[in-house]
Design a protein around this ligand. Structure first.
Ligand SMILES: Cc1ncc(C[n+]2csc(CCOP(=O)(O)OP(=O)(O)O)c2C)c(N)n1
Ligand SMILES: [Mg+2]
Length: 320
C-alpha cells in the first residue's frame, strides 16, 4: 500500500468529517427541518473516501446519493455542502441542484441525477469521451445495489467491456433499496456476479474497510489507465439509517441495525491507526476538534447565507 503516515491521517480526517457532517445535518433536519431531505450515508463512509482518495483532478466522478465523502475528497468545501442542505445561494449551483447530486467540472465532478441507475450510463459515456480524446483519465461512478438491477447498468457494463472503457463501477451494496432486500430484487448473490456475465472484471471487498476499498479501486484505476478496460468494485456495507431521514425504517429489526453499528468503519480505521502508531489519542482528539470546528463554521456560513432570488431560478438553464 502506497500511503504515507500523513496520507493515512488525512484519510481518517476525511472519514470523520463525512461522519460528523452527516450527523449534524441529520440533527438540524430533525430539530427544525431543512429544504433538502437528508439521505444519511452513516455506515458507508469508507467507500466514498476509499474509492476517491488519490484520484486526480482530471479523473471524473459521479457520487451516488450516499457517497457524500467523495465530494469532500475531491475538494468541495464543507460549507458549500452545508449551504446546499440549507438551499442557500452559496450552495452548489446556487442550490438549484441538491447537494448530494452536485457537479463541479473544475474538480472533476459530474452532475448526478435522482434517477436511479441513469448516472451509470453517463459515467460510461464520459469514459468513452476520455478514451476518444486519448487521455489517461478515468471515470468513476458509485451507485447502490438497487441501481444494479436497472437496464442502464447492464447496457453500460456491456459497452464498457466491449470498448474497454476507462470506467470504474463502484457498487455500494448495503443490502437494501429503500425497504427492498437484495434477495427480493436480484436472483444472484452478488452484484459482481452480474458483471461476470457481461465480461467486466469484478472484485468484492469489505466496504467497511477503507484501505480495502482504496486498494481495490487503485488497482481498477491502474488497469483503466493502461487501457485494460472497466472494473466493478462491489463493496459490501451497511446503511445505518432509513432510506432518508423521513423514513421510519419500520421494516428492519432494530437488533439488525445495532449489529451493523458494531462494525463501524470509522472506529475500525481509528483502531488500526492507533495500533500502528500512526495516530495517538491526543492526535485523534485534535483531529476531532478541527472537524467539529469546520462543521460549526459551515453551519454558521449556511445560516448566514441568503436564499437565491426567485428570478435566478432559470439562470444557466437556457442558453442566451
Ligand atoms: C428510476 C428510479 N426508480 C425509482 C426511484 C426511487 N428510488 C430512489 S432511491 C431508490 C432505491 C435505491 O437503492 P440502492 O440503489 O440500493 O441505493 P441505496 O439507497 O441503498 O444507497 C429508489 C427505488 C428513483 N429515484 N429512480
Ligand atoms: Mg442499497
Amino acid at each position: 500500500m502506497n500511503l504515507t503516515k500523513d496520507e493515512l491521517r488525512e484519510m481518517y480526517r476525511l472519514l470523520l468529517l463525512t461522519r460528523k457532517n452527516d450527523e449534524r445535518v441529520n440533527e438540524i433536519y430533525a430539530r427544525k427541518g431543512l429544504p433538502e431531505l437528508p439521505h444519511s450515508c452513516m455506515g458507508e463512509e469508507a467507500i466514498a473516501v476509499g474509492c476517491t482518495y488519490k484520484l486526480r483532478q482530471d479523473d471524473y466522478i459521479i457520487p451516488s446519493l450516499r457517497a457524500r465523502g467523495m465530494f469532500l475528497v475531491k475538494g468541495i468545501p464543507t460549507k458549500v455542502m452545508m449551504a446546499g442542505a440549507y438551499g442557500k445561494r452559496t450552495g452548489p449551483a446556487r442550490s438549484i441542484s441538491t447537494s448530494h447530486h452536485m457537479g463541479d467540472m473544475s474538480k472533476g465532478i459530474m452532475l448526478g441525477t435522482g434517477l436511479i441507475g441513469s448516472s451509470v450510463a453517463v459515467a460510461t459515456g464520459a469514459a468513452l469521451g476520455l478514451k476518444d480524446m486519448g487521455k489517461d483519465s478515468v471515470s468513476l461512478i458509485s451507485f447502490g445495489d438497487g441501481a444494479s438491477s436497472q437496464g442502464d447498468f447492464f447496457e453500460s457494463l456491456n459497452l464498457a467491456a466491449i470498448w474497454k472503457l476507462p470506467v470504474i463501477f463502484v457498487c455500494e451494496n448495503n443490502g437494501y433499496a429503500i425497504s427492498t432486500t437484495t434477495d427480493r430484487q436480484m436472483a444472484v448473490e452478488n452484484v459482481a456476479d452480474k458483471a461476470a456475465g457481461l465480461g467486466v472484471s469484478a472484485v468484492i471487498v469489505d466496504g467497511n474497510d477503507v484501505l480495502a476499498v482504496f486498494e481495490a479501486t487503485q488497482e481498477a484505476v491502474a488497469r483503466a489507465r493502461r487501457g485494460e478496460g472497466p472494473t466493478l468494485v462491489e463493496c459490501k456495507t451497511n446503511r445505518w439509517h432509513g432510506h432518508s431521514e423521513n423514513d421510519r425504517d419500520n421494516y428492519r429489526n432494530p437488533a439488525e441495525v445495532e449489529a451493523m453499528k458494531r462494525d463501524d468503519c470509522v472506529k475500525r480505521f481509528e483502531k488500526y491507526l492507533l495500533d500502528k502508531g500512526v495516530l495517538t489519542p491526543e492526535l485523534a482528539a485534535k483531529i476531532m476538534q478541527s472537524v467539529l470546528q469546520e462543521i460549526d463554521e459551515a453551519v454558521k456560513f449556511a445560516e448566514e447565507s441568503p436564499f437565491p432570488a426567485p428570478e435566478e431560478a432559470l439562470r444557466d438553464v437556457y442558453a442566451d
